[in-house]
Design a binder for this molecule. Structure first.
Ligand SMILES: *Cc1c(COP(=O)(O)O)cnc(C)c1O
Length: 386
């Protein structure tokens, strides 16, 4: 089959996970080992993840949503507290705040980076504010020096929603060191590396790590592995209400294999993204991603923003691309306009969030995307009618 036929006959997806034989073998080994839930492979994944990032502690959990919930709990956030976060994020960011009984207070984004705006965050701080939940949206690090300064000035906890940010760098260092108190990653298939479902919390603080390890496992004072290998009778205690937020060893085996290929996944994404930017900067009707000098983007998503006449024609543009067998997605959502959070702000508050949510398009970008398909998307964007 010619490459042209492949490009025009098969639908080009927005994203696709890359899973190889190492992942398959890892899962098979776990299944045959007889230990399938959180055990030795989860411990190995945590060690390798911490070594990759260069952080002291990494705690694996069932998703980034549960990671955020535990991070907030471990920071002492609870009923009556307010947490400032962007509305321009996947709804899980705000939901995690609601789960602990606190109230999300939505700040607007900066139109250049689509990340939450420090000036707006500072303006929203009240006597109830307990923490700032910063999102490194679609893999571009937020302005962390500004947030560190604000958190220190007002005595607030600083948590990073790094769901999309594996491999992204801030001032030359990988996200996850962390730059705040805790950073939370996602391994959902829509992110750069996947375990099917899964999440990871990183921290510098041994006590926080210990508390998180207990909370994810019913607040049990001894892990299953310790109980299982004990040579003497041991009795565990449960000192608070915990959760079952464990990752399984099957997921961890996939994660270990994914981590082994992460640098290659990232290199390819960055190459494709740079090619997009070079080719699409020639178009006057869209704006390509801006990367501030302090950041290294991982391009978990490649989002362009429509401007001028094109701004009101997003659905037509997406339809024209779909007719050419190119899948695209609308931008990230504006959480404050969803039913559970509408009272937190009127429909016309947060203008930059609303504008971006209405005019952003996410283009196909994934590791195994063929050069011919990539060129076909670029050519199509040059050819469609605006
Ligand atoms: C994907 C995502 C989440 C949720 O991650 P899960 O692992 O699916 O729970 C949270 N925050 C942001 C910014 C995300 O993109």
């Amino acid at each position: 089959m010619s490459t042209l036929l492949t490009s025009t006959c098969a639908m080009i997806p927005v994203a696709r996970p890359y899973i190889g034989v190492e992942e398959e073998q890892g899962v098979l080994d776990v299944l045959r080992s007889g230990w399938v839930t959180q055990g030795p492979r989860v411990a190995e994944f945590e060690e390798k993840f911490a070594a990759y990032i260069g952080c002291e502690f990494a705690v694996a959990v069932s998703s980034c949503t549960t990671a955020l919930q535990l991070a907030l709990l471990a920071c002492g956030v609870g009923p009556g507290d307010e947490v400032i976060c962007p509305s321009f994020s996947f709804i899980a960011t705000a939901n995690s705040i609601a789960y602990v009984g606190a109230k999300p207070v939505f700040a607007d984004i900066d139109l250049a980076t689509y990340n939450v705006n420090p000036t707006h965050v500072e303006a929203l701080i009240s006597s109830r504010t307990k923490a700032i939940l910063v999102v490194h949206q679609i893999g571009l690090p937020a302005d962390m020096r500004a947030f560190q300064y604000i958190a220190a000035k007002f005595g607030l906890k600083l948590i990073e929603d790094a769901a999309c940010a594996i491999g992204a760098k801030y001032e030359g260092e990988l996200i996850g060191k962390p730059l705040g108190d805790l950073a939370c990653f996602s391994f959902h298939p829509r992110k750069i590396m996947t375990t099917g479902e899964g999440g990871m919390i990183t921290t510098r603080d041994a006590h926080l790590a210990e508390r998180l390890r207990r909370l994810r496992q019913h607040a049990m004072s001894l892990s299953d592995v310790v109980r299982h290998s004990a040579k003497q009778i041991v009795t565990e205690t449960y000192d608070e209400v915990g959760f079952n937020f464990r990752m399984t060893d099957m997921q961890a085996a996939v994660g270990i294999a994914q981590l082994g290929r992460l640098d290659r996944l990232l290199d390819r994404r960055r190459l494709l993204a740079q090619r997009y930017t070079k080719a699409l900067d020639q178009l006057s009707w869209l704006i390509t991603p801006h990367v501030p000098p302090y950041c290294c983007h991982n391009y978990q998503s490649y989002m362009v923003r429509l401007v001028g006449d094109a701004a009101g024609k997003r659905d037509e543009i997406m339809q024209q691309l779909l007719e050419r067998n190119i899948s695209t997605r609308r931008a990230i959502m504006a959480t404050h306009r969803e039913l559970p959070y509408r009272s937190a702000g009127g429909d016309d508050s947060l203008p930059q969030t609303c504008l971006t949510a209405a005019t952003g398009i996410i283009l196909p970008l994934f590791y195994q995307m063929a050069d011919s398909d990539h060129n076909y998307v670029i050519d199509s964007l040059h050819e469609i009618h605006i």
